[in-house]
Design a protein around this ligand. Structure first.
Ligand code: NDP
Ligand code: GDP
Length: 338
């Protein structure tokens, strides 16, 4: 029997890399869309980190270019398509709202159109986000909680989510939307708060920095591990019927509590080093997110296996190792800008 074929947009990102690894382990042929960069060697650094660069086939394309997507779908003839590409950083979405709407919103519609036109039988996964709940209308958010996005990113994700539902209902496509709560890993971008904190704690431990400047440390998030969450994506596309699922741990913690875990992991106290800096406050905040993953558990049989404590400790260890090897994953000096 020929191998199943999967196409991943955003394969160079955190989730794309872990998903590619999972699909390779399951015997898939894995293809990815990568956008051109003037910096050779940057686009595939995560794939190299996991040791799977040579096991996947990459295609030059862009979510903004429907023709590139049609060409790649035609060339790869995928059975499953995972749309993970996005301008994914909430804070940047106020600085680049139109780009965010185009890539994160219209980009998803472009992928759906490429499939409708050239490969309508392929199964489609859309990377939706708990940021769509924003100013949460229920204490615990589930698939039936009304949406109230609080950032251009959340608004764009909502457009992509409803486009997915609409293509399912209009054209009978096998299109599913995973409403994933925050998930992290050693491959998380340095601009996100968990990685900023684990990198910061590691730098302070090694004497490279003395303080860590953060924004709203009272914000609460339901944090899980990316490795657990990409498994849920795959499970959604194995169902006979497409649907929407919340993927979360069902536990919420403050940024402050997450900092305490990171600093404790290197034998320090967060209170001695964390400085609250209003420069990192957002124009509109999502104060608390807490998901109810009951449907994913019941229908998919999914449950998270890695705790917040294990996650943060793994991230701190990875950052210590990177800094000790003096080959940080991101260019030096990026920390202060986010
Ligand atoms: P990342 O930011 O790590 O990855 C985003 C990916 O999108 C990168 O591969 C990036 O490429 C690619 N990309 C950006 N713009 C374009 C474009 N115009 N054309 C093609 N590719 C593009 O995100 P994550 O892996 O963390 O998240 C994956 C998806 O899940 C995203 O859609 C995100 O919004 C969503 N999500 C993530 C959550 C999380 O907690 N991680 C929670 C809920 C949803 P490049 O490497 O060139 O920048
Ligand atoms: P988000 O939930 O997708 O916006 O993920 P982030 O990791 O960027 O932010 C999670 C929460 O941490 C938000 O409520 C931020 O306001 C809060 N936060 C506090 N300080 C910082 C900081 O310095 N950087 C980032 N990125 N977030 C911070």
């Amino acid at each position: 029997m020929s191998k199943r074929r999967a196409l991943i947009t955003g394969i160079s990102g955190q989730d794309g890399t872990y998903l590619a690894q999972l699909l390779l382990e399951k015997g898939y042929e894995v293809f990815g869309v990568v956008r051109r960069s003037s910096h050779a060697g940057i686009f595939d650094h995560r794939l190299k980190w996991l040791g799977i660069r040579d096991a996947v086939t990459l295609f030059d394309g862009n979510l903004l270019d429907l023709s590139s997507l049609c060409r790649i779908v035609q060339e790869t003839q995928p059975d499953e398509v995972y749309n993970l590409a996005a301008q994914s950083f909430v804070m940047s979405s106020w600085q680049q709202p139109i780009l965010t709407a185009e890539v994160t919103g219209i980009g998803a519609l472009n992928v759906l159109e490429a499939l409708r036109l050239t490969r309508p039988k392929a199964r489609f996964y859309q990377a939706s986000s708990s940021e769509m709940f924003g100013l949460a209308q229920e204490t615990v958010q589930s698939e039936s909680t009304p949406f109230y996005p609080r950032s251009p990113y959340g608004v764009a994700k909502l457009f992509a989510h409803w486009s997915t539902v609409n293509y399912r209902e209009s054209f009978g496509m096998h299109a599913s939307s995973g409403i994933l709560f925050n998930h992290e890993s050693p491959l998380r971008g340095i601009e996100f708060v968990t990685r900023k904190v684990t990198d910061g704690a590691a730098r302070i431990k090694l004497g490279l920095e003395t303080e860590l400047r953060l924004g709203n440390i009272d914000a609460r998030r339901d944090w899980g591990h990316a490795r657990d969450y990409v498994r849920a994506m795959w499970m959604m596309l194995q169902q006979d019927q497409p649907d929407d699922y919340v993927v979360a741990t069902g536990r919420t913690s403050t940024v402050r509590e997450m900092c305490e875990i990171a600093f404790e992991a290197v034998g320090l106290r967060a209170d001695d080093h964390v400085v609250v800096d209003p420069a990192f406050f957002r124009p509109a905040e999502v104060d608390v997110l807490l998901g109810n993953p009951a449907k994913a558990r019941r229908v998919l049989g999914w449950k998270p296996e890695i705790s917040l404590d294990q996650l943060i400790r793994e991230m701190v260890e990875a950052d210590l190792a990177r800094l000790r090897a003096a080959r940080p994953m991101s260019p030096a000096g990026t920390q202060g800008s986010f």
